[in-house]
Write a protein that binds this ligand. Structure first.
Ligand code: HEC
Ligand code: HEC
Length: 304
């Protein structure tokens, strides 16, 4: 801001304050006169037969006006408000500085709270009641939109409570999932298998988890599977946590175990994305969240 405009604003602000103060004091009536009668007590203004009393401003009201002037004066000395004058706030005051101060205060408080948890291994932390209460809150704020308030999952969003892991359920793997995120790539097969091939492979996939299926079609489907699917889902179809290819034999479905849903998966492919939290959450929070997710399906069963 140039000096001229700064002075201009300072001038306007102060002139306004003085003027308003002058109006207040100049029109001040201190007391009701002794010789007043109902007639001479009015201001003489008449609106539609309604007359206006000429009473003094109540004392408390007047004092409140004065208090606001004092407040304005003090405020304008401390905070920036008069042109480019920055105010005498210790260390200076801007919205950014104020936000930074709040963040520093919060960080210091959390560091104390989280510091203790940070040093604990995830397995131990998952048994700590207080820590898990904080984990629940962090989960509600950052993860529940996708995974559900209870971590129970949804269509396309895995259930985190069932000990069935796509990317691995050890403390290290869970943490890795949260920190780095995960991108799953199941290619579309419509062009390669055609409608009939999709239908046959679907019957085979249904058979893998003991679902109702057509034997004849499943036999042909098994051939398609060998040719196209084992690279990711494995020869025994139990999946591959390195690729995020789910186990197809356990009747737990990320998308759908219904024939129509499986056909859609095969035709169009699927590309589930778990967003990386590294940039969004601090290490200490991720550590706590990893322990919370780990705790949801205790006791952990090593699937390998
Ligand atoms: C390049 C690796 C790859 C190949 C090849 C592949 N898949 Fe997948 N498949 C995946 C991945 C990764 C997912 C998980 C997708 C996601 O999470 O969005 C998946 C998901 C699925 C699902 C969904 C499971 C569920 O729980 O809802 C089915 C069914 C499936 N694949 C069947 C097949 C079949 C049948 C073939 C062969 C025709 C095949 N896949 C080939 C990687 C592969
Ligand atoms: C925008 C939606 C979204 C949010 C928010 C989200 N996730 Fe996920 N998450 C997913 C999806 C989708 C997958 C599955 C990716 C795939 O297809 O394999 C996933 C997978 C996971 C997995 C792997 C599960 C397994 O079986 O291996 C874990 C663990 C997980 N998320 C934890 C979290 C935590 C903790 C948070 C909160 C910090 C979170 N997620 C926030 C969408 C989300």
């Amino acid at each position: 801001m140039s000096t001229f405009w700064s002075l201009w604003i300072i001038g306007l602000t102060l002139t306004n304050l003085v003027l308003v103060l002058w109006v207040l004091l100049a029109n001040r009536k201190v007391a009701v006169r002794d010789d007043e009668t109902p007639e001479n007590r009015t201001t003489g203004h008449v609106y539609d037969g309604i007359e206006e009393y000429d009473n003094p401003l109540p004392r408390w009201w007047f004092k409140m006006f004065i208090a606001t002037f004092i407040f304005a004066g003090v405020y304008l000395m401390i905070y920036p408000g008069l042109g480019s004058f920055k105010g005498f706030y210790p260390g200076g005051w801007t919205q950014e500085l104020e936000l930074k101060r709040h963040q520093q205060k919060a960080d210091a408080r959390y560091a104390e709270q989280f510091g203790k948890y940070n040093a604990m291994p995830i397995e131990t932390l998952a048994q700590d009641q207080d820590a898990m209460k904080m984990g629940l809150r962090l989960f509600a704020n950052n993860c529940a939109v996708c995974h559900g308030a209870d971590g129970g999952g949804n269509h396309g969003f895995p259930n985190l409570t069932d000990n069935d892991w796509i990317w691995g359920g050890s403390p290290e793997k869970i943490k890795e999932t949260i920190v780095q995120g995960r991108k799953a790539a199941m290619p579309p097969w419509a062009a390669i298998l055609g409608d009939e091939g999709i239908a046959q492979t679907t019957e085979y996939v249904l058979s893998l988890s003991g679902r109702e299926h057509d034997e004849q079609m499943a036999l042909v489907g098994a051939e398609h599977f060998k040719r196209n699917c084992v690279a990711c889902h494995g020869a025994d179809a139990t999946g591959n946590p390195m690729l995020g290819a789910p186990n197809l034999t356990d009747d737990i479905w990320l998308y759908s175990g219904e024939p129509s849903g499986i056909r859609q998966t095969l035709r169009e492919g699927r590309n589930g994305v778990m967003p990386a939290q590294q940039e969004l959450l601090k290490e200490s929070r991720i550590h706590l969240l990893a322990a919370y997710v780990y705790s949801l399906s205790l006791p952990y069963e090593d699937q390998d």
